[in-house]
Design a binder for this molecule. Structure first.
Ligand code: PLP
Length: 405
């Protein structure tokens, strides 16, 4: 037994089921364990490490800013926050931003903004505002957010839940329109469902939903915490359908794989509804986070990580689809955001993920049947080729084992 694992298991709540590997160092697309074994990180901390581990430009910014000024709270202005938010607004086509730390906080911020807009602008009667989310969604783990979930495990044991949330069938614009009432404030959607298993809606879905929202005076809010910042081959996944959302939620890669940095962005007329004292966060928008976030955006643009994601993602999907083995049900993905559906009659996704680890690849199962591959966007073609060879070996050997048993 590894004593480090024992200590973590003893003192850390068991709200995750980690793979039995103890990581001690990371650089670029690689991480190393406590025995010096090297792994290709094809999970990137659920897409938070799109820039790769310890990107030299980000490490430099951390060193410089950490020695200068870190936390001041929003009781004061800082020289770092304005330039960061200006840059994110420019690249996303939004007008204003409200900085937070984790993704869930930014989603909560979006919910508050939508409700306030419903009461102050749309004229919905007090406490009647509704938010429509999608079946199969994942927006985080707070009480209000799990109230929107239809995954029994996310909810069981945590009620009672706040009211005012409804579900529309993901991928079905007619169902969205059917759910809308005079009290609907917003439609909250992931352009691709990441935790749901890399689930892609039909082409044209986002654009059609945006049109329905406009028709009924409902805000269209995109949760791009996982799909944003180059992951799907565009800076934002909404760009695949030329949709500019009324509200946009970013997180994960916004912190450059170094810090938790998130934000809610919106059109000016929505964001201006927040007045001093309405909402806040002690750490949100702190100078260190702002400096890291600005550099993270600059690197995305300078290194053209979205284009890399598009071309290498296509290549990865093609290579995976070319593997001719009944263990693969389906390969889904766009950009470096890929899910392999594993035939449950042959193996569980967890078994595949554990075998990949032994081969030097870190990935993660999502639900029982999907292996998720979302490497840092700096990955090279040679590294993908190496990964394909390992993945092929693992899938074929599981299939053989199954045939022999
Ligand atoms: C990860 C994720 C969140 C929650 O972010 P946290 O930083 O874990 O709170 C919300 N929405 C989506 C789409 C996510 O992938």
């Amino acid at each position: 037994m590894n004593s480090v694992i024992d200590v973590e298991d003893r003192y850390c709540a068991h709200n995750y089921h980690p793979l039995p590997v103890v990581l001690t160092r990371g650089e670029g697309v690689y991480v190393w364990d406590d025995s010096g074994n090297k792994y290709l990180d094809m999970m990137s901390a659920y897409s938070a490490v799109s820039h790769g581990h310890a990107h030299p430009r980000l490490v430099n910014v951390v060193k410089h800013q950490a020695a200068k000024l870190n936390i001041v709270s929003r009781a004061y202005y800082s020289d770092q926050l304005g330039p960061f938010l200006k840059r994110v607004c420019e690249v996303t086509g939004q007008d204003m931003a409200l900085p937070m730390n984790t993704g869930a906080e930014a989603v909560e911020t979006a919910i508050k903004a939508a409700r306030k807009w419903a009461y102050d602008v749309k004229g919905v009667e007090d406490n009647k505002a509704e938010i429509i989310a999608c079946t199969g969604n994942f927006h985080g783990r707070t009480i209000a957010i799990v109230a929107m979930s239809d995954e029994p495990q996310y909810q069981r044991g945590f009620g009672p839940y706040p009211a005012g949330f409804k579900l529309a069938k993901y991928g079905d614009v007619d169902d969205l329109e059917a759910q809308i009432t005079a009290n609907t404030a917003a439609f909250l959607v992931e352009p691709i469902q990441g935790e749901g298993g890399i689930v892609m809606p039909p082409a044209g879905y986002l654009k059609a939903c945006k049109a329905v929202c406009e028709k009924h005076n409902v805000l269209f809010i995109a949760d791009e915490i996982q799909t944003g910042l180059g992951r799907t081959g565009k800076l934002l996944a909404c760009e695949h359908e030329n949709v500019v959302p009324d509200g946009l939620i970013l997180g994960k890669a916004l912190g450059g794989g170094i810090l938790p940095v998130s934000m809610f962005l919106a059109k000016r007329e929505i964001m201006e509804l927040f007045t001093p004292g309405d909402h806040g966060s002690t750490f949100g928008g702190n100078p260190l986070a702002a400096a890291v976030g600005l550099e993270a955006i600059n690197i995305l643009v300078d290194e053209d990580l979205a284009s890399r994601s598009a071309s290498f993602g296509n290549y990865l999907v093609e290579q995976l689809r070319a593997i001719d083995n009944p263990i693969i049900g389906e390969v889904r993905g766009i950009g470096l955001f890929v899910g392999i559906e594993i035939n449950p009659a042959i193996a569980s996704a967890r078994e595949i993920v554990e075998s990949l680890m032994v081969k030097g690849i870190l990935s993660k199962e999502t639900h029982e049947t999907v292996v998720r591959l979302a490497p840092p966007l700096i990955i090279t073609r040679e590294q993908i080729d190496w990964a394909i060879t390992q993945i092929k070996d693992v899938l074929i050997s599981h299939h053989k084992t199954r045939l022999a048993s």
